[in-house]
Design a protein around this ligand. Structure first.
Ligand SMILES: *[C@@H]1O[C@H](CO)[C@@H](O)[C@H](O)[C@H]1NC(C)=O
Ligand SMILES: *[C@@H]1O[C@H](CO)[C@@H](O)[C@H](O)[C@H]1NC(C)=O
Ligand SMILES: *[C@@H]1O[C@H](CO)[C@@H](O)[C@H](O)[C@H]1NC(C)=O
Ligand SMILES: *[C@@H]1O[C@H](CO)[C@@H](O)[C@H](O)[C@H]1NC(C)=O
Ligand SMILES: *[C@@H]1O[C@H](CO)[C@@H](O)[C@H](O)[C@H]1NC(C)=O
Ligand SMILES: *[C@@H]1O[C@H](CO)[C@@H](O)[C@H](O)[C@H]1NC(C)=O
Ligand SMILES: *[C@@H]1O[C@H](CO)[C@@H](O)[C@H](O)[C@H]1NC(C)=O
Length: 338
């Protein structure tokens, strides 16, 4: 079984026993001759009919186990490189543990592992893990920005996330190089938005912004977002090797959002910020993404500094943020280089 839920034994037992109890009850109480007969007959029909009696598939079980009551969850993707000791996964979890009102969110994160090592490490940490199997593709090497491997992984995740929407779940997708300092759900809007996207640079209009960043966004499941994800995935072009983010941005600039009738809100970098444009307020910042930065090692160094700096300054409620006093490698201090 690829999905492991966090606290094991009690719940696992309940999960195993419950279906039998239900069946026993059905059989004993209802005693309608048609019901058990129909049940067994459907089994005898062979391969096609097994769907009728088969248990929920793994993804459905995973989503159910992780999501909040309102079918909302957080999704992130991890590979072998992210799960090394003191690498991105540890830092990501540290931010969730040390952020304000974020610790409880860990049990609502689905960690989608794209290789065996990531999956095993994920399970050893008692997280909610799901193994995304892709035939013949090995995502386990460090995937450099814009390399073929990087691209394939991004596209596989687009396909996967469309599937989650089709199953009626809303989610925040987050890259793992995003520090969660506050509970983002409290800063998201609830005015019928279909999609709420973070940006590298925010220019002041939450309804129209020239750029997006697919490393952090919230999606609501409905026909319009499902259509968007279908179209997005269909627009990938293996020979052209565009990043999924670039393809979505191209769709957006070509009026694709309006054509699909999507209500999209662009998230202000005051709250949902990144190295491209850091939040200027320690008291307001919700997330910090290591965007505008390429190498994993560099991201980790700068993000770790940023997290420490936020923790210190958040305690004494410093309003005017000056990020790490030590100049970072990707991070350029209080006035970010564009
Ligand atoms: C079972 O499924 C196969 C392939 O999906 C299909 O060709 C076949 O007609 C199906 N049989 C029945 C009885 O539905
Ligand atoms: C789902 O519930 C959580 C916890 O109550 C809340 O913070 C979040 O805003 C809800 N999500 C949506 C999409 O309503
Ligand atoms: C967004 O702003 C750009 C530049 O100001 C403008 O050309 C475009 O028409 C606007 N799009 C929408 C949907 O308002
Ligand atoms: C969404 O699609 C389903 C299935 O095609 C359809 O039944 C439903 O009416 C659609 N809903 C909206 C709001 O268009
Ligand atoms: C895909 O990219 C190739 C190479 O750039 C181009 O020739 C082709 O027309 C593109 N196809 C689509 C459907 O965009
Ligand atoms: C808050 O703490 C930071 C780090 O200890 C310090 O640099 C800063 O001067 C403090 N600010 C205030 C207003 O006390
Ligand atoms: C913070 O910055 C604003 C404007 O940049 C300034 O007016 C204010 O005095 C600063 N506050 C502190 C405590 O330095």
């Amino acid at each position: 079984m690829s999905f492991s839920s966090a606290p094991v034994s009690g719940r696992a037992t309940a999960l195993v026993v419950a279906p039998f109890l239900v069946l026993a009850l059905l059989y004993a109480c209802l005693r309608m001759p048609e019901l058990p007969a129909a049940f067994f007959r459907s089994k005898e029909l062979g391969a096609n009919a097994t769907e009728i009696v088969a248990p929920k598939d793994e993804l459905e079980a995973a989503l159910e186990g992780v999501s909040m009551d309102n079918r909302t969850l957080i999704i992130t993707v991890l590979n072998k490189v992210y799960v090394e000791e003191n690498a991105m996964l540890d830092l990501f979890l540290q931010s969730l543990r040390e952020g304000e009102d974020t610790q409880f969110l860990i049990r609502h994160v689905l960690f989608v592992a794209v290789d065996e090592r990531a999956f095993n490490r994920c399970r050893s940490l008692d997280l909610h893990c799901y193994k995304l199997v892709t035939d013949g593709v090995d995502f386990s090497k460090e995937v450099f920005y814009m390399s073929k491997g990087f691209n394939d992984m991004m596209w596989r995740r687009t396909l996967f996330l469309g599937d989650v929407l089709r199953r009626g779940y809303s989610f925040i997708f987050t890259d793992m190089d995003v520090m969660w300092l506050r509970n983002p759900f409290q800063k998201l809007h609830h005015e019928g938005e279909d999609l709420q996207m973070s940006c590298d640079f925010f220019y002041g209009n939450p309804l129209n912004n020239s750029n997006i960043n697919t490393g952090f966004y919230f999606a609501n499941p409905n026909n319009k977002t499902i259509a968007l994800f279908d179209e997005w995935y269909a627009s990938r072009n293996d020979s052209e090797r565009l990043k999924d983010q670039d393809v979505l941005q191209r769709m957006m600039r070509g009026g694709g959002f309006e054509r699909l009738g999507l209500r999209v809100r662009f998230l202000e970098t005051r709250y949902f910020s990144g190295f491209c444009q850091m939040s200027k307020d320690f008291r307001e910042v919700v997330t910090i993404h290591a965007n505008c930065c390429v190498r994993m090692k560099v991201k980790i160094i700068d993000l770790r500094n940023v997290l420490e700096s936020w923790k210190m300054n958040n305690w004494n409620r410093t309003a005017n943020a000056t990020w790490p006093p030590v100049k970072g490698i990707c991070l350029h201090g209080p006035s970010p280089k564009h």
